[in-house]
Design a protein around this ligand. Structure first.
Ligand code: EPU
Length: 429
């Protein structure tokens, strides 16, 4: 199993290209199931989760062709996928595939909307809490599907097609909103989604669906309205930049000090996180091409942050902020309100010398002058990358084990950081 070895203490200086967003690419690929025609997606990141979803879609009969390299293209350009679900040969998503990646459960909505039935394994346990799917099931039920749970599978049936309806989410859910939007595009009549998630990835998927002929308005607000259509067609769409990758490297630069330009990063996608960095004393300069992050000699001021749905501070940057605050001059507080049990990084950061107390969903972080390198590992993507951030500033050597978690969501991490001067290398085996 690969490991990453980091020798801390070097400032980061240079440019980091930001990839397409994992959490937009995955639902966009799933949306391809809604049409017989080809969906072309540009700027798709090369990630383990994308490759895994390619296998899952392949099992339903979807053909995916990756465009070859064009002149002038480098590894910094995302890949272009031509996805064709001309003939869906199987509407079952088996346990072996769904249990490897939760987002693959989302195939439920397009399959039942287009084919009239879907049989999708319940995703099962997850490292960041229980993560139920009750609201996804509620959404397709509201649109007229009947639901049975059979042998660990959710079986959705709508032989006469789905019908538009009102869907009121009792809590904000990204997966529930994606499900409701995708299912409603092919439902008969109008669907109104109340208390919808407002994440930029919801807007990106709605934009793509509209290019495919859907009638969706209000994406990015609390109320989304969808006029169902009989058929969707092919389209071409570029995946928006990854706001979590942007925020992660911003925090890495804040951690080590230095001057880093996050090329293609879009400030409006992570304003709450940038505001936190500014209040910690980091200089953040948005430009048309990206975001510049500078920290001079001055220490970091502590912060008090609570995670919440967009546009507030994202749970997917909580672990990285905690790593950063472990070196602040004073005591910080971070409260996690989205996922219970998303604190696997705490024990490992402590191994690097961080002082963190957990009380329920609230962490108190007492800044220390120096972290010290150690072997660490984590069981989740964002937790793993928080250990990388801590290691970049720690004295001495850190090995981060179980690198496959990082490969799920960060494209060429060691290359991007290495080009800015970090002493970081991947050790195979
Ligand atoms: N929830 C329910 N019932 C449901 C669905 C969700 O109670 O049926 C709860 C969840 O347990 C959680 C809250 O609602 O407490 C929010 O969950 P949400 O559905 O918004 O999360 P998700 O769609 O499963 C996506 C991202 C996550 C990100 C969250 C929150 C993808 C593939 N995943 O998950 O990303 O943390 O939204 O922004 O888009 C990651 O990339 O590392 C990651 C975990």
């Amino acid at each position: 199993m690969d490991r990453i070895r980091i020798v801390g203490g070097r400032k980061l200086n240079g440019t980091i290209p930001i990839s397409g967003a994992k959490n937009a690419a995955l639902p966009l690929m799933i949306a391809s199931l809604l049409t017989e025609e080809t969906l072309i997606l540009d700027n798709v990141p090369r990630l383990a989760d994308v490759a895994q979803l390619e296998r899952i879609l392949g099992n339903h009969g979807v053909d995916i062709m990756v465009s070859g390299k064009r002149p002038g293209e480098t590894a910094d350009n995302g890949q272009t996928l031509h996805i064709s679900a001309a003939r869906i040969v199987d509407t079952t998503a088996p346990y072996e595939l769904v249990s490897k990646m939760r987002a693959s459960f989302w195939v439920l909505a397009p399959l039942v909307a287009r084919m009239g039935d879907a049989r999708v394994s319940m995703p099962g346990g997850c490292a960041i809490g229980t993560r139920p799917v009750d609201l996804l099931i509620m959404a397709v039920e509201r649109l007229g599907a009947t639901i049975d749970i059979e042998g660990g599978y959710v079986v959705a049936r709508a032989p006469k097609g789905l019908r538009g309806s009102e869907i009121v989410f009792p809590k904000v859910t990204v997966s529930g909103t994606h499900t409701a939007v995708m299912a409603a595009t092919l439902a008969k009549g109008t669907t109104v989604i109340e208390n919808a998630a407002r994440e930029p990835e919801i807007v990106d998927v709605a934009d793509c669906l509209n290019k495919m002929g859907a009638h969706i308005s209000g994406a990015g607000t609390r109320q989304i309205v969808i006029e169902g259509v009989a058929k969707l067609r092919g389209a071409r769409h570029a995946v928006l930049p990854d706001r979590i990758e942007t925020g992660t490297y911003a925090m890495a630069a804040a951690m080590t000090g230095g001057d880093v330009f996050l090329q293609n990063g879009r400030p409006e996608l992570l304003q709450a996180a940038l505001d936190v960095l500014v209040s910690a004393g980091v200089i953040v300069t948005p430009t048309n091409q990206g975001i510049r992050i500078v920290r001079n000699g001055a220490g970091l001021a502590p912060v008090d942050v609570t995670t919440a749905p967009f546009p507030e501070f994202p749970t997917d940057l909580q672990a990285q902020l905690m790593a950063l605050m472990s070196c602040a001059r004073g005591t910080s507080h971070i409260t996690e309100t989205i996922f219970e049990n998303r604190f696997m990084h705490v024990g490992e950061l402590t191994r690097l010398g961080a002082r963190i107390q957990l009380e329920g969903e609230r962490a108190t972080i007492e800044g220390v002058p120096h972290l010290k390198g150690a072997p660490v590992m984590a069981t989740d993507l964002r937790a793993s990358v928080s250990l990388v951030i801590a290691a970049l500033a720690a004295e001495g050597e850190t090995t981060v084990n179980r690198v496959y978690h990082l490969d799920r969501g960060f494209e060429r991490l060691e290359d991007k950081l290495g080009r800015c001067g970090a002493a970081i290398e991947r050790l195979s085996g």
